[in-house]
Write a protein that binds this ligand. Structure first.
Ligand code: NAP
Ligand code: MG
Length: 401
């Protein structure tokens, strides 16, 4: 069989621990036999980040901007415990995802992989709900304080021009708590663009919700910027694709989402996204089945699994055990990246391969062959057999071939 040709490389960001092991197996069993793979390889494993003083992460992110498509393995974000585990570390390096997100100015879209044999807790959800969380500002960059006597708080902005604006916040007759929040027009606009870009790429409706009836100016700005971007840059493409942009209040959106069939992208402010992404992930079943795509306002996409490096399994693997670690989210990161590469380069065979890889993985699960983390989640009466990661990947490979 002739291998599928690629024209432009994609950026491959290798990672750590159990997911690094799965990474190698996925390439060897599911990709290299079928695709004449072209990648620009960056080793984001902790030891190489340390050896390069984290320059490799910056280089990888810049390569993603240049080439437009990247696939990333989960990586360790060092903390105090990791500093002891790896005494050679010269610094507590920053989260690679944080570094990459800052360079791409991107928004992360998180979506579950949905299976007929694992019903979501919300029984009418037939299709995935993808959550886009704005990753800058609001409560996450706020200052707050407590005061213990009667008094008055004001809010003052001092412009570089010398102009000042002051608002009376509240006069209180006893102890109180206070908070000052901000967001930046530039960040909101980049968020909006990433959302419209991703909705077009996925050919799905985009919902956006805030509380602009209460926060008339603050949330009103979010609503206005989204509308402005939609009207000036994306409306024509949305209409051509037959998809919709839909704005509603956050409480109305929650009620509609719960009653929906799923199958849309839901853009949320920072705090709302924090809450809703965990709610949606829990309702759909399993962290091991959540995928994540980082999308920049110019349409660059970086695909990855939402879960971490699965440390506990890695230490069992090092003891010689064949672990049953679920590779689905990492497989879908690869298939997503290959599809996107194929779409950008006009290679229908590569797009089709990505689709087939996903179908073969889903059919393997539908046949009841799965990693052990999924066994407790399947519907009663569904016949399933728990296998280790390697057997699972071989079953998918057999279908693909
Ligand atoms: P984790 O790697 O997601 O694993 C937590 C637990 O969830 C595992 O011990 C396992 O439970 C279960 N699990 C997660 N993914 C699974 C899979 N694919 N198959 C089967 N079970 C799975 O989170 P963590 O242990 O908190 O973090 C480990 C490291 O990952 C940390 O160093 C952290 O910095 C890093 N991390 C990286 C990213 C990223 O690169 N995007 C994201 C999150 C965390 P059982 O042990 O009960 O089987
Ligand atoms: Mg959360």
């Amino acid at each position: 069989m002739e291998k599928i040709k690629m024209t432009t490389p994609l950026v491959e960001m290798d990672g750590d621990e159990m997911t690094r092991i799965l990474w190698g197996m996925i390439k060897e069993k599911l990709i290299l036999p079928f695709v004449d793979l072209k990648t620009e390889y960056y080793d984001l494993g902790l030891l190489n980040r340390n050896a390069t003083k984290d320059q490799v992460t910056v280089d990888a992110a810049n390569a993603a901007r240049r080439l437009g498509v990247a696939v990333k393995c989960a990586t360790i974000t060092p903390n105090r415990q990791r500093m002891e585990e790896y005494p050679e570390l010269t610094e507590m390096w920053r989260s690679p995802n944080g570094t990459i997100r800052a360079i791409l100015d991107g928004t992360a879209f998180r979506a579950p992989i949905v299976l007929p044999c694992i019903k979501p807790v919300v029984k009418n959800w037939e299709m995935p709900i993808t959550i886009a969380r704005h990753a800058y500002g609001d409560m996450y960059k706020a200052v707050d304080m407590a005061t213990d006597e009667p008094g008055t708080a004001t809010l003052t902005f001092k412009g570089e021009s010398g102009a000042e604006k002051t608002l009376h916040v509240q006069t209180v007759d006893g102890p109180a708590v206070w908070q000052g929040q901000h967001n930046k027009e530039e960040s909101i606009r980049a968020f909006a663009r990433s959302c419209f870009q991703y909705a077009i790429a996925q050919k799905q409706d985009l919902w956006f919700s805030t509380k602009d009836t209460i926060a008339k100016v603050y949330d009103g700005e979010f609503k206005r910027i989204f509308e402005e971007e939609y009207e000036t840059s994306y409306k024509a493409e949305f209409e051509k694709l037959g998809i919709a942009y839909f704005y509603t209040l956050i409480d109305d959106a929650v009620a509609r989402a719960v009653r929906s069939r799923g199958g849309f992208i839901w853009a949320l402010k920072n705090y709302d996204g924090d809450v809703m992404s965990d709610m949606v992930a829990a309702a759909f079943g399993s962290l091991a089945m959540m995928t994540s795509v980082l999308v920049s306002p110019d349409g660059t996409m970086e695909f990855e699994a939402s879960h971490g490096t699965v440390t506990r399994h890695y230490y069992r693997y090092l003891q010689g055990e064949r672990t049953s670690t679920n590779p689905m989210a990492t497989i879908f990161a690869w298939s997503g990246a290959l599809r996107r590469r194929g779409e950008l380069d006009g290679l229908p065979q590569l797009v089709e391969f990505g689709r087939r890889l996903e179908a073969a993985s889903l059919e393997t699960l539908a046949d009841g062959v799965m990693t052990k983390d999924l066994l407790p989640l399947v519907e009663p009466g569904f016949q399933a057999r728990g296998v280790d990661s390697e057997e699972f990947l071989e079953a998918i490979a057999a279908r693909l071939a």
